[in-house]
Design a protein around this ligand. Structure first.
Ligand SMILES: [Zn+2]
Length: 303
């Protein structure tokens, strides 16, 4: 069975193609972690291999999070690498101090937003080579930019034109129809993106309007929601799932926005069509993706 339709992102207006063939599900089975002949610069004991750290979070026996300047910065002095955990094989579903990692993200955002000339702070996490990670040890990146990125500008243009909380209204509608909602906690809703750019693209949205991640107070709860979401995605798509996680967040001086987090499994690659049109073709409809993920969750809950 094949379904085909065009979807418009409610926030940006970007249009993408959903061309779903049920039998052609992306499934990752092979190993992406290969031999690692070099000494990992992010493991405990290798601290001298990295530039001097600008911040660290201490655990009971040594550091649990380190922030270091990127050796190959996109913009000099404006690009952090955050070592998420001392554990080389850790990921968001297994890192025990995830709330403290989120706290570190927020601190670095605050730092850069109080730096002169910074307009926007990009915060993201790449896992796996297919997602752009060159080092397998779990890490995140923070890049401060002297300009507003295109996606944010497109969203802001709509917020300005329609003069309302676009994401909030969208969320309300999604929560009432329940066609793409994966889970709901006290303060967050997890749903499949309406117009995804990768199969199984997931959004985590605060239920109350919070414009910037800087103002997010429920870090412990958010950590639990991220942990559960990543764990369900990996159970369905493979333990070695490559993915990107991005924070779509306004600067603290702009309150007319609602921040959200995207998780983008990299189970497909972009080619000429995507480069030519800036649209993508996605092979799994979000309504099918949510059914697959719900099946995994229900099986867990009844075990
Ligand atoms: Zn390591």
């Amino acid at each position: 069975m094949m379904s085909f339709f065009i979807r418009e992102d409610p926030l940006t207006g970007d249009r993408h193609v959903i061309a779903s063939v049920r039998s052609k599900r992306p499934h990752l089975v092979g190993q992406i972690q290969t031999e690692e002949p070099f000494q990992c610069p992010f493991c405990p004991g290798s601290e001298l291999l990295t530039p001097k750290e600008v911040m660290r979070v201490e655990g009971e026996s040594g550091w649990i999070v380190r922030v270091i300047p990127n050796k190959f910065p996109a913009i000099p002095h404006m690009h952090d690498v955050i070592v998420d955990s001392p554990s080389h094989r850790g990921d968001l579903d297994t890192i025990p101090h995830l709330d403290k990692l989120l706290w570190t993200y927020r601190e670095r955002m605050v730092h850069y937003y109080s730096t002169e000339g910074v307009r926007f702070v990009a915060l993201f996490r790449n896992r796996g080579r297919e997602a752009g990670a060159s080092i397998p040890h779990p890490h995140s990146q923070v890049v401060a930019l002297p300009f507003y990125p295109k996606r944010f500008l497109k969203e802001k243009e709509r917020y300005g034109r329609e003069n309302r909380d676009i994401l909030g209204n969208f969320l309300e509608r999604e929560m009432s129809i329940q066609e793409r909602v994966l889970m709901v906690s006290r303060n967050f809703c997890v749903l499949l993106a309406y117009a995804p750019v990768t199969p199984y693209e997931v959004w985590i949205v605060p239920k109350e309007r919070v414009s910037s991640f800087i103002f997010e107070r429920n870090l412990e709860e958010l950590a639990g929601v991220i942990r559960e979401t990543v764990s369900v995605l990996k159970e369905l798509l493979g333990e070695d799932l490559p993915y990107n996680l991005t924070f779509q967040s306004a600067p603290p001086w702009d309150r007319d926005y609602r921040y959200y987090i995207r998780i983008l499994p990299r189970v497909s690659v972009f080619g000429g069509f995507e480069l030519e049109t800036e649209s993508v073709i996605v092979s799994v409809a979000p309504e099918e993706a949510v059914r697959d993920l719900r099946t995994v969750m229900y099986a867990r809950n009844t075990e």
